[in-house]
Design a protein around this ligand. Sequence first.
Ligand code: HEC
Length: 144
Amino acid sequence: MFFLKKNRWVWIAIFLSVGSRSTLAFHKDMYEPRVPKAIIAQEQQVQSPYPVTPERIEAGRKIYFGVGFCVTCHSKDGTGVNLPGHPSRDFTDVKWQKLRTDGELMWVLKNGSPGTGMPIRVGTDINEEDGWNVIQFIRTFEGK
Ligand code: HEC
């Protein structure tokens, strides 16, 4: 019995290491755009109709920790929860923050990131204004 139990953990360990190595091959580099090539130029130009204000950042923070469920996968400090399968994003990464326009982030909120756990958020649990507010909040993680 003891031997069987020990063996089970060995198999689980083998399964996990093979699993993570094979899924790694399918992970797009985090800096690669998520918006499809055909529409990226136009999506990058899309801008928030709202000015950046402390009130909107605060509203975004409430969405992030509340109805948006962002914190479940993206964690309190924005570095991301270690999800099985595809990892979430490290919002503190300065290079990533500089590369992405607000328009691209809005596209991801409206479409999800196909092939990953990133779900459609705008139009489901939150509306477009909430989306722009939560983007303002995500920007505050840069460099933290
Ligand atoms: C069920 C888990 C989950 C939830 C809930 C979730 N995300 Fe994500 N998110 C992910 C994963 C996984 C990725 C990485 C996707 C990728 O690499 O393409 C991601 C990526 C992102 C990105 C980066 C996209 C890019 O262009 O690099 C943004 C922005 C984002 N999420 C915002 C949010 C916001 C805002 C919320 C809440 C309103 C949210 N997410 C809720 C799992 C989640």
